[in-house]
Design a protein around this ligand. Structure first.
Ligand code: PLP
Length: 465
């Protein structure tokens, strides 16, 4: 009887919907979403009361409704703090775009643009034309085209040049990039027959020339971006490969993976193959990513010989792999920044973060330590500043880590640390660190908004354990 009386005291969905303080929620989330949330919430309360629980106060019902709606409204793609120490983190969306690229993308989203219209002649234009001149200029290539990502670039380049024929690859370069990108599989999908030459550690010019036969369409060179073979090794240079291929009348395709348009040693980083060099060495086609070291949105570039690029553009797959105006606009703005290399590290977030000096990051860690320590002390955890090492990520220069600094959070309870990491992930603006060797390390290389980080951390709930 007592429960029934209790349940009668519970407002109905309709009563709640017409309550004055619910009106702004309807305004914000829409009647249908608020109604569904209320139904679910009142249903749960009823169940709880029937099971012997007490009836919540009306204010509590309202607070539950509010947090439920906020939770439902929250996107998994909401901005977060990448404190993993991996600058181009594939799981966290790789490169952050330059403000110029963001603005160009926003304009393209909001307004009509001459994507496939030549504004000079009034005739039909080509969507890749917005990038072609820039790409040729920055790489020294004759022609250029662009597709969805570098995996797509490799797929369409191989398929166009070599379908039904053979492609020669060194056994030292048959890479897996993670996920479903394994070079032999991509080649199979592209319809080319893989001919492996050399050994894991050593491949010589004669290995290639001996393998070339009447069915050979191309030699594929792959940048071993995510591992390094050291010791007794030999690989054939791009220039030597080009000479061998030219003599035999076959094509060289060079998959650079990340590739870069500038010499990274100017920014204090280890060298990564430059697209311009691969072209100068005589590769017929070079493929590379838009959202790795280049620092733009996801895309795959193919630059090289005009006749081959024209063939790629005629491949029906090109239509399936093409880019939309938003990404083309962002790419154009990103590539334009490369015309002024002196200001590149200022304007391109990827380069800015990668070239941040260790001392500056350490000073930032020392500045933040007391406030972070006060926050995590409530959970029985301690913080110290620590030297650590960042990674470029996305397979670029995996062995060459960059000295960095961060906050090392630890305590004597591993489960408490896990609970903290989970709580940080569920914040309105999540904080993603790295759990390693009994500590949660927050590498500050990618942090610019210090106040924002402290604000987020201060929202971690009490009593984690
Ligand atoms: C990263 C990478 C790819 C795939 O590029 P996406 O842009 O991620 O599709 C292909 N080849 C190499 C060598 C790579 O490093």
């Amino acid at each position: 009887m007592h429960e029934l009386a209790n349940l009668r005291a519970l407002p109905s969905v309709d009563q709640m919907l017409s309550a004055p303080d619910v009106a702004p929620l309807i305004e914000r989330h829409g009647r249908s979403m608020v109604t569904d949330a209320l139904r679910a919430l009142l249903g749960e309360i009823r169940k709880g009361v029937r099971a012997g629980g007490t009836l919540p106060m009306p204010g509590d019902v309202f607070a539950s409704l509010l947090s439920r709606l906020e939770y439902l409204d929250r996107s998994n793609l909401r901005p977060l703090f990448n404190l993993t120490g991996t600058v181009l983190h594939t799981n966290l969306g790789r490169a952050l775009l330059a403000e110029e690229a963001v603005a160009a993308a926003v304009d393209a989203m909001r307004e009509a643009a001459a994507l496939e219209l030549d504004l000079d002649t009034g005739k039909r234009g080509e969507r890749d034309s917005h990038l072609r001149a820039l790409l040729c200029n920055l790489t020294g290539a004759e022609d250029a085209t662009v597709v969805n990502n570098n995996a797509a670039a490799v797929l369409i380049a191989l398929g166009t040049v070599g379908e039904g024929r053979e492609a020669i690859v060194s056994r030292g370069e048959l890479i897996e990039i993670g996920g479903a990108f394994r070079m032999p599989d991509i080649m199979e999908r592209a319809g080319v027959r893989l001919v492996e030459v050399g050994t894991t550690n050593r491949t010589h010019p004669s290995d290639y020339s001996k393998a070339i036969g009447p069915d050979t369409a191309l030699i594929l060179k792959v940048h071993t971006s995510n591992y390094r073979i050291e010791g007794f090794t030999a690989e054939v240079s791009g220039a030597d490969l080009a000479a061998i291929a030219r003599e035999a009348g076959v094509v060289v395709v060079n998959d650079l993976g990340s590739g870069t348009l500038v010499d990274l040693s100017h920014f204090g980083l280890a060298r990564e193959p430059m697209v311009r060099e691969a072209i100068a060495d005589g590769a017929d086609l070079v493929t590379f990513s838009g959202d790795k070291l280049l620092g733009g949105p996801q895309a795959g570039f193919i630059v090289g010989r005009q006749d081959l690029i024209a063939e790629i553009n005629r491949n029906p797959l090109k239509r399936a792999l093409r880019l939309d105006k938003i990404r083309i606009a962002a790419l154009e703005a990103t590539l334009k920044l490369y015309r002024d290399p002196d200001r590149l590290a200022e304007r391109l977030p990827t380069l800015r973060m990668l070239s941040r000096p260790e001392g500056e990051i350490r000073a930032q860690a020392e500045r933040l330590r007391p406030a972070v320590a006060a926050i995590v002390a409530e959970h029985g955890l301690q913080v110290e500043t620590r030297a650590c090492r960042s990674q470029i990520g996305s397979g670029a220069l995996p062995v060459d880590t960059i000295p960095s600094a961060g906050l090392r959070i630890a305590g004597n309870s591993g489960s408490r640390l896990e609970a903290l990491a989970a709580a940080l992930r569920s914040l309105p603006r999540p904080v993603i660190g790295r759990l390693t060797e009994g500590a949660l390390v927050l590498d500050l290389r990618c942090l610019s908004d210090e106040a924002g980080l402290l604000d987020s951390l201060s929202q971690v709930g009490h009593g984690l354990d």
